[in-house]
Ligand binder design. Structure first.
Ligand SMILES: Nc1nc2c(ncn2[C@@H]2O[C@H](COP(=O)(O)OP(=O)(O)OP(=O)(O)O)[C@@H](O)[C@H]2O)c(=O)[nH]1
Ligand SMILES: [Mg+2]
Length: 238
């Protein structure tokens, strides 16, 4: 049975001191505000209202932990790029997010959500550059693919795949839609593998969607020890 069955809300965190003990394996969902992070979590967990979804950008403002059993967690992060945030809130959020992403021992990898219609924005690129030194796994979901024709979707996938191969060969990418459910099986299989390999930290199974968007192209990658402690993540309002 998939690890995504029986997902439940676990805790919400707005202060570093409130983070749960770093036991188990966590996968964080990051991306621009309104890109579809909370929707992707709901879709993968097969639950309508687990994570809070809204048309209004900037709705997820804390780190929300969802438990999948056996100390496996999906973590919904606040979105970046949302302008209407007071400076002090932004600074608080920036510290919370940067400390979490850079130092969290139990964080196995990041799912980076990009709207397939507007992929690789400057803030997305910043996030990739900023997270890369951790050497942790990154999988890009090009979401809202239902808004594109098949041809447009394949073109975007190819462009992003080309960029990642060139600059971040350890990252993988696929099309995804919470509405049409395109790519749900593929993403579930990848995260299943991450959770499995998070327990055996030696090997990651990374599924890279080929241009066909099929299950072909599965390959293994070795994960190196996280060592990064640098700069800040992209922030809200930038
Ligand atoms: N058509 C379509 N709409 C989507 C999809 N995923 C999300 N949406 C819509 O996009 C809007 C934002 O979705 P959320 O999941 O709340 O986005 P978020 O990234 O969590 O946003 P913040 O919490 O504000 O950072 C909502 O109106 C969703 O219904 C998708 O795959 N297809
Ligand atoms: Mg959200």
């Amino acid at each position: 049975m998939s690890v995504f069955q029986n997902a439940t809300f676990y805790t919400t965190v707005s202060e570093l001191r409130d983070l749960p003990p770093p036991v188990g394996v966590e996968i964080a969902f990051a991306g621009r505000s309104n890109a579809g992070k909370s929707s992707a979590i709901n879709t993968l967990a097969n639950r309508n209202r687990l994570a809070f979804v809204s048309k209004t950008p900037g709705r997820t403002q804390h780190l929300n932990f969802f438990q999948l059993g056996n100390n496996r967690f999906l973590v919904d992060l606040p979105g970046y790029g949302y302008a209407k945030v007071p400076a002090e809130v932004r600074q608080h959020w920036e510290r919370l997010l940067s400390t979490y992403l850079q130092t969290r021992q139990s964080l196995h990898g990041m799912v980076l959500i990009m709207d397939a219609r507007h992929p690789l924005t400057p803030l997305d690129r910043q996030m990739l550059a900023w997270f890369a030194p951790t050497k942790k796994a990154v999988h890009v979901l090009l979401t809202k693919s239902d808004k594109l024709t098949r041809q447009q979707g394949q073109k975007v996938l190819k462009t992003v795949l080309g960029f990642l191969r060139e600059s971040y060969p350890q990252c993988s990418v696929q099309l995804f839609s919470s509405t049409s459910r395109e790519g749900v099986e593929e993403a579930s299989a990848l995260l299943d593998a991450w959770f499995g390999s998070g327990i055996d930290l030696d090997t990651d199974m990374i599924r890279e969607a080929g241009a066909s968007g099929s299950d072909k192209g599965t390959r293994e990658m070795r994960r190196k020890t996280p060592n990064a402690r640098n700069k800040k993540p992209p922030v809200k309002g930038e």
